[in-house]
Design a protein. Structure first.
Length: 295
């Protein structure tokens, strides 16, 4: 199997597929001295031939110009723009979503919200559809969009996409598309699979639907440490992964301590390090007009 790929202005040539090994190595990008300066992109496959996309820092920077669009059919887990960290939130909309967004607005930051269309969650005591105009959620989505946050798909009912057959997997995405269309008149081009699980056949389906599949390289595990006594662990995990070069953080706007504690901490920590909290689209150098489609 051979690949030739253009990504975000960088040219990649992969000569062959080698299980568990990186198959595309020498990438040239714009040089930068700030945090998240990137000069090597790796397109890899695992033993079961699942493609993934990883971006690594490298001191040997060069410049190559190539105008290209963001790829489909790959998991993207890192930013490419220097000085930016994508703050992302899964499982909403929920009652804490507005507080999360307002905290970022006050800081001049923007985030990406991966939305679940139809929720029946016993732990949260929540049953709702995000396109039900009898609830707060449609106007909340419209407000997030007006204020410059990015809206993206997290499936219709938060199913494990790898556990579904193709038709059920497509239905999860198409039903959520319809909910977005009902509220906004358009649908997103970015998605995150629940639990980050999206293997080869799932990625092929996301490619067919023209969805960019986004995972993460910063994981505070805020769903796990969500109390007054434990939320500091999420802050420590965010700081640790950030120091290790992480650039896409996965959080959950359904968790109260994420809204009240973790988001203010992340904002403070990013500012202290001279970094900016942005949407996934922005940190990948993708123009806003590409974040959504009308059909």
């Amino acid at each position: 199997m051979a690949y030739a790929l253009l990504f975000a202005g960088w040219r990649i040539f992969a000569l062959s597929t080698i299980a568990t090994a990186t198959i595309a190595r020498h990438i040239t990008v714009n040089a930068s001295t700030s945090h998240l300066a990137r000069s090597r992109l790796a397109f890899s496959t695992t033993q079961d031939d699942k493609p993934s996309l990883s971006i690594y820092r490298n001191d040997d920077s060069a410049i190559e110009v190539a105008d290209a669009s963001l790829p489909y059919g790959l998991k993207i887990s890192s930013c490419v723009e220097a000085g930016m960290v994508a703050l992302t939130f899964d499982d909403g909309p929920y009652e804490w979503t507005r507080a999360v967004a307002e905290n970022m607005d006050e800081a001049g930051f923007k985030g990406t919200f991966f939305m679940v269309g139809n929720v029946h969650n016993r732990r949260l005591g929540l049953t709702r559809r995000m396109d039900d105009e009898g609830t707060q959620y449609p106007e909340l989505l419209r407000s997030l969009h007006r204020n410059g946050h990015q809206l993206a798909s997290h499936t219709w009912t938060h199913e494990d996409l790898d556990a579904l057959g193709r038709e059920d997997r497509l239905r999860q995405m198409r039903d959520n598309d319809q909910a977005f269309r009902n509220v906004l008149g358009f649908t997103p081009t970015y998605m995150r699979p629940p639990k980050g699980r999206c293997g080869k056949s799932c990625l092929e389906d996301m490619k067919a639907l023209k969805y960019h599949t986004i995972t993460w390289d910063i994981n505070p595990e805020d769903w796990k440490y969500n109390s007054e006594d434990t939320w500091n662990e999420t802050a420590s995990r965010f700081d640790r992964d950030l120091s290790a070069g992480g650039s896409i953080a996965v959080c959950h706007d359904v968790e109260v301590y994420t809204a009240r504690k973790l988001v203010p901490h992340m904002i403070s920590e990013l500012k202290k390090r001279g970094l900016k909290g942005v949407t996934v689209g922005e940190c990948l150098g993708d123009s806003k007009e590409n974040w959504y489609r009308s059909q």
